[in-house]
Design a binder for this molecule. Sequence first.
Ligand SMILES: Cc1ncc(COP(=O)(O)O)c(C=O)c1O
Length: 361
Amino acid sequence: MILNKVTDLIGNTPMLAFPIPGKNATLLIKIEKNNPGGSIKDRMARNMIVAALKSGRLKPGGIVVESSSGNTGIGLAIAAIEFGLHFIAVVDHHAAQDKIAVMRALGAEIRYVEGDYREDEVAVVERQRLAAEIASQLPGAVFMNQSDNVANAGAYFDFVREVISEIDGGIDAYVGCVGTGGSMTGIAQGLKLHNPRTKTIAVEPAGSIIFGQPGHPYYQSGTGTPKGDTVGLVLDYSCIDIGVQVTDSQAFETARYIAQRTGLLVGGSTGGVIYKALEFLHAGLIDGNIVIAVADGGEKYLHTVFNESWLKERNLLDPEIWEKLDEWFGQESSNEVPRAVPRLFLAERGVSGHERVGSAS
Ligand SMILES: Cc1ncc(COP(=O)(O)O)c(C=O)c1O
């Protein structure tokens, strides 16, 4: 198919099936990192701009301002180009440097929050305050405010339509991460509308306050709501069956494991979701067709999640998580952790990629 503009590349992402040995279960992994900005957030970024233009709040040639840890900003930078808008991203030092570099490359103006924030401290509150202030002072500027913007959750109905049409036999569970809660809300609402029995599990980092646990710093990027911040209005708790936490080690070790065993590079928040999906599956709480989205790719975290020295310095390496994952994926555990030679656990079973995709039962 030949497309006319970069934003036409948003959506219709491919899906990978990982059948789980010994279980009546398949992880169906929607590769949202294949969106042009490399994340699931391209969907909502463009949708928020379209909604603001349609309502007249944003005028052609106007300015879009947003506080972003990176992925929403990258999506907004791409959509701003489509509509001839200027984009100002307000970031803090917690954001992955590579994501900021991408926004810059796409012509975005970057403003850092002022003040002394430790590396593991998320300055979301100040970021949002500054973004609102910048928007209020510049003529023609609009603060997108993704955490409270209904066009955020509303962007994911296409995702739901795509997975429903691609998966034979229905969707038994969706396991996703929560930051603003936009993707979880849009996807969970859509899936439950189609089949109220679909289980929805939301995963936040340990240290995030969305599900009432005490807040403390965490390293997972883009996901969760840190202490001091308020949970966004866009998050609809009523469509979430279970809210759970995942530690930085569980999330990052799973991302590293999936990279070395399958060749798929996923970011830390997706690592956390895969870990929890497997834990729930092996606890007998979910089975069947379990949908997961690759919120973004590991390519964005080569200096952190995929850098052993960075992990070691922060005490985030944990070989026991590899043993657990081997057990869950039906692999014989190896004494060398991680294994030097990547192994494709799907290919070993002699199942070709084409047979797997779309033939989940
Ligand atoms: C890598 C990553 N994971 C998860 C999320 C959370 O998504 P949502 O804001 O839809 O809850 C984000 C949001 O920016 C993200 O960038």
